[in-house]
Structure formats: structure tokens, C-alpha cells
Design a protein around this ligand. Sequence first.
Ligand code: FAQ
Length: 311
Amino acid sequence: MNEQNQANFEAKIEADIQIEPKDWMPDAYRQNLIRQVSQHAHSEVIGMLPEANWLTRAPTLKRKAILLAKIQDEAGHGLYLYSAAETLGCSRQDVYQKLLDGKMKYSSIFNYPSLSWADIGVIGWLVDGAAIVNQVALCRASYGPYARAMVKICKEESFHQRQGYEAVTVLAKGTPEQKAMLQDAINRFWWPVLMMFGPNDSDSPHSAQSMAWKIKRFSNDELRQKFVDNTVPQVEALGMTIPDVDLQWDQSLGHYRFGEIDWKEFYQVLKGEGICNYERLNAKRKAWEDGEWVRTGAMAHSQKQKTVKSA
Ligand code: FAQ
């Protein structure tokens, strides 16, 4: 029976038929998806923190309303993704507890601080821009609930990216101080954004299997290259520069060549030693503890409703 199940599963993957929650799937496929989808959900909710840092200091009411809406969208993305992870049989509380205990990862990019208003524009433009390049590919992931969540998320991320680019365009056309603030934000975010795509393919332990299962459709390096190719002309259009002396267009390849990423820094951030790792997890732990009375109240209310219905 197991062999038949395995054969059916492989045939579906081969034929690009999506795997659904009630279908048989190999345990390793399930566990790999729980890992990736939960970490993706954690990234969305931790990603709210650097932006929230500027909510009370947004330069205009319009910018504040846009930022608030964007942060709420990220919360929504987290919720879709936790729901998608639950369809694989994990409990939301269990994966969330693993995040709080530092046993599950979230995207390295959110361990960098948001120091100026330009950082908020750059997060929308470059961080959401990188997220979209990665997530458009995931819209065709072999697991149905993950792929479908990605379609809606990408539509919203695409709005985020455009509003970020619009915000940086204003700064790029502004005073010398505004231009300098934008250049400083690009200088600090450029390399950490390239790290969002994960280690080089040769050092990526999950890639080969995830690509064979069609969870990932493109490799980390392919997506990183696509992002660089898309983004360099945007930086140039703004009249800004990229902090990479090795960056150059290669006519024969049809791609930009770029310098070596500081992988030592990447792995330090993954180990919890980035600038904001401690602050980010502490904020989430505090929110979880402070929310205890809400959870207790909601459980008591639901219990009461059940008693009323059965009476
Ligand atoms: N940060 O073998 P691989 C967003 C880990 S959403 C931290 O290559 P894989 C929206 C990896 O988990 C951004 N950890 O792994 C937003 C694994 O560790 P493990 C999040 C990283 O899974 C915008 C180990 O290294 N997007 O930004 C990172 O095949 C603005 C080995 O790596 C997603 O999560 C990293 N950068 O490929 C919100 C997309 N890279 O699990 C607010 C979905 C690697 O063995 C504001 N995820 N690691 O302990 C993916 O596409 C993949 O999981 C990759 C990594 C590409 C991230």
C-alpha cells in the first residue's frame, strides 16, 4: 500500500497536480513543508516590528495610514500561512512556541534595525521586492494550500513594493539631506536583502529535495540573480548607487555580476547574533505574555457559548 501511495504521490508531482491536505504524502515532504511554511509565517509577523517602529513618526497622515495598512496586511499573511501550516497537521501554538523559544527561524532581514524614515521606503521597495521574487515562484508550489495562500499574498506584496518605491522616489527628488538618508538606507539594506534568498545553492541543504518535490521552483541563486537584474535599473533611475564595487553588467551572460555576500554575517544572524535578534524575540515574548488575559477570556467565552447551546 505504501509503495502504491508513494507512486501516486510521485506521479502527481510529475504531472504538476497539486497535493491537497487529505492526500497521502511522504512524512519528509510534510515535515519539510511544516518547516518552510511556519518559518515563512514567523517572518511575516516578526516583519511587522521594524515597520511598527516608525508608525508614530511617519511624516504625514497619508504615509501613516499606508504604513498601518501594510503592517496589518503582514499580520494577515502570517495568519494565512499559519492556517496553511495547520493543514499539514502541526499545531499553530506548537510552531509559535518554537519561534518564541528560538528553535525555529524567521527571515534574517528582520534582525536589522529601521533607523530612519528612508528605511521604511527601502523595506517596502527592496524587502517586499525580494519577497515577491521568491513568492511568485511559490505560487506554483506543489502543496495546494501554500500555493493558493501565495497568490493572495503576492497581490498585496506587490502593492507594498510599489508604495515603497513611490516613497523612495519622493526622497530621491528631495533635499540633499533626504537623498543622503535614502543612500544610507540602501547602503545598509542592500546586502542583507540579498541574504534573504538563502545560502548559495551549493550550501543549501534543503534545495535539491525541495526542488525535486516542486515546493521550490527556482533555486536560491537563480532568484537572487533575478532580483539583482530587476533592481539595479530601479536604483539607477533613482540616481542612487549600490554598495558593491564588483557590480557590473555582463553582456554575454545577460545578467549583472555582483560581489560576494558576507556569509559569516548571514550565519551569525541565523545563530541569533544579529543586531536586533534579541529585541525582536523579546517583543514577541512580551506580546504573548501580555495577551494571556485575552486568550483566557476568549476560551471562557467559547466554553460558555458551548454550554448555552447544549442546554
Ligand atoms: N533567513 O537549505 P536552505 C517577507 C535557513 S517574507 C533566515 O536554502 P530553504 C514579507 C533555512 O530556513 C520573507 N533563515 O533552506 C515581509 C534553513 O534552516 P532550517 C520570508 C534562512 O528553506 C516584507 C537553512 O537556512 N520569506 O519578507 C534564510 O530551502 C516586509 C538552510 O537554507 C520566506 O520565508 C534567511 N534569509 O530555502 C514582511 C519565503 N535563508 O529550516 C514584513 C519562503 C535560509 O534547516 C515586511 N521560504 N535560511 O533550520 C523560502 O523560500 C525558503 O525557505 C528560503 C530558504 C529560500 C528562505
